[in-house]
Design a protein around this ligand. Structure first.
Ligand code: GLN
Length: 544
């Protein structure tokens, strides 16, 4: 069985199209179907890897090392199908391969055009997901952007052609719109009518509407929308604003029978819905009794999406520790100015003292010394600390500067001439010139030393986590670091690269060179996040 569902959006951006598409995926998985998720991004970048997190949010890394849009993170948190390079299609990739084929003469002298060549390339990539995966039942294709944008036209046109070619029961259009409320709380359906009209102008009649609204739409409103849009009122759903968590959205859609309507329209008979894991997750959410405050010391804090997977993983870890995690976002530059982490992170500072500090990944020199100050403070104050990628490197720099007494200890990323390059360029990176897709990327195995926090977190099984970095713990300093007490607790197989460092005689101070946040799920938190929050919760409940 190969079915396609195209999810588009209208009226405005940021309506939660990724979450809506993922929630639908979760529901169809609950019905026992194998779901594959694809994101089409209308930008001309080949991938999100070269984009500033301020502009575009975090870069999500797949097992095979693709640097993709953060929506793939949503897919990974809500659904369980494989995600790789092939699941992220950008305008840049499409044009690059069409132009390459043109140069190879593969269009046999024809004039190469948006239709049929660009649209053909898009269709081929979507069909390949289903074609190369014998187990795929349903492919959900999220089309980035808003209907009416110039950039998304080729993707919508490819969707139109595929819907036409595959036939009505094999390809559906799900369109997400906004129902705003104006003064007095009156709900307005006109933007939705216009948005559907814009879809119809692209030649696509939506089969299902999901309306983002402040409250559940009543029957008369749904009937009115149906009348104007040629969508049955039974196929008009509401994604109302939730006060709980986005992870309740699959259940909110289920209660409205979204999955049932989708299956009916596709002519699919399925088993009854099994959403036990989602209901159990909501039970854990409601049963949280403790509160922990986690200070995030980074530099892309103004945009929540910049550290999206990290924030989500902290929330997941809270669910497994009966704890609500409060995020206290601290611009690392502020710690540099104050030069006293205690004033900001301690009991008299922001959020009246944090129970744990997390330093996330990042690039470039700005704010580094503030991160080092945060690590030093957590180390000497016995505050649980979790360093991810750059946050691990910062731990090593702090150790070099403040325990070994090398004032200039640094990463060569920030000080190429330092006499103590405790973090240095990976050997394989020396000759790399291009920025896009050239880091150490994707999944690699990590082997942990028994008796360490990382070993306890993962247990016996292999540790397979994803990487995205150019710099590494310098092996030339292994001996001095270890002899002075820093614990090197995990390595690549064979011991070539240090993957994890831990502080001795400290409740929980751990830095990982990889990014465990990418594999955390609401129904199964990442082991390191889980244990970090457990340590922070213990500290909070001890009233320290
Ligand atoms: N800038 C550091 C490096 O390239 C850390 C990267 C990261 O945190 N993702 O190694």
């Amino acid at each position: 069985m190969n079915k396609f569902i195209f999810v588009s959006g209208g009226v405005c951006s940021s309506l939660g199209k990724g979450v809506a598409a993922s929630s639908l995926g979760a529901l169809l998985e609950g019905r026992g179907l194998n779901v594959r998720m694809v994101k089409c991004d209308p930008y001309i970048n080949i991938d999100a890897g070269t984009m500033n997190p301020y502009q575009h949010g975090e870069v999500y890394v797949t097992d095979d090392g693709a640097e993709t849009d953060l929506d793939l993170g949503n897919y990974a948190r809500f659904t369980s199908g494989p995600l790789s390079r092939a699941n992220s299609i950008t305008t840049g990739q499409v044009y690059e391969s069409v132009i390459r084929k043109e140069r190879q003469g593969r269009y046999l002298g024809r004039c190469v055009q948006v239709i049929p060549h660009i649209t053909g390339e898009i269709k081929e990539r979507i069909l390949r997901i289903a074609g190369e995966d014998a187990e795929a039942d349903v492919v959900i294709v999220e089309i980035g952007g808003t209907v009416g944008d110039i950039e998304s036209i080729p993707f919508l046109e490819a969707a139109r052609q595929l819907i036409h070619e595959q036939g009505k029961t094999n390809a559906l259009s799900v369109h997400l719109t906004l129902i705003p409320s104006v003064a007095g709380g009156e709900l307005k359906t006109k933007p939705t009518q216009h948005s559907v009209k814009a879809m119809q102008e692209q030649g696509i009649q939506p089969d299902i509407l999901i309306c983002r609204a402040p409250v559940m739409l009543d029957e008369p409103t749904r009937r009115k929308i149906a009348l104007f849009t040629n969508v049955e009122s039974g196929a008009v759903f509401t994604s109302y604003d939730v006060e709980t968590t986005i992870y309740e959205i699959p259940l909110i859609f289920y209660e409205q029978k979204l999955d049932q309507v989708v299956l009916q329209k596709m002519g699919v008979e399925s088993r009854h819905a099994d959403l036990k894991a989602w209901y159990a997750m909501m039970d854990r959410f409601k049963a949280r009794t403790a509160a922990v405050r986690i200070g995030i010391v980074g530099k892309y804090l103004d945009l929540h999406d910049s550290y999206k997977s990290i924030y989500e993983a902290l929330f997941h870890a809270g669910l497994e520790n009966s704890a609500a995690v409060e995020l206290i976002k601290i611009d690392s530059a502020r710690l540099e100015e104050a030069d006293r982490a205690e004033d900001i992170l301690g009991p008299s500072g922001l959020g009246s003292g944090v129970d744990g500090v997390l330093v996330p990944g990042g690039f470039g020199e700005r704010g580094i010394n503030g991160m080092v100050a945060a690590a030093a403070w957590a180390r000497t104050s016995n505050i649980p600390y979790f360093g991810i990628c750059l946050g691990m490197q910062v731990m090593v720099i702090d150790w070099g500067r403040h325990v070994l007494g090398w004032e200039d200890a640094d990463s060569t990323e920030f000080n190429a001439g330092t006499a103590h390059p405790v973090i240095s360029l990976l050997e394989e990176q020396a000759a790399v010139k291009d920025y896009g897709g050239t880091m150490r990327l994707g999944t690699g195995e990590t082997v942990a030393e028994p008796g360490s926090h990382i070993f306890r977190a993962y247990g016996e099984g292999p540790i397979l986590e994803r990487h995205r970095h150019r710099y590494e713990f310098s092996n030339q300093y292994r001996r001095e670091m270890q002899e002075s007490g820093l614990r090197l607790t995990a390595f690549t197989p064979g011991g070539g690269l240090v993957e994890c460092v831990e502080w001795p005689e400290h409740p929980w101070g751990l830095g990982a060179q990889f990014h465990p946040e990418f594999k955390s799920k609401p129904t199964a938190a990442s082991p390191l996040f889980r244990d970090f929050i457990a340590a922070a919760r213990d500290r909070a409940s001890a009233g320290l």
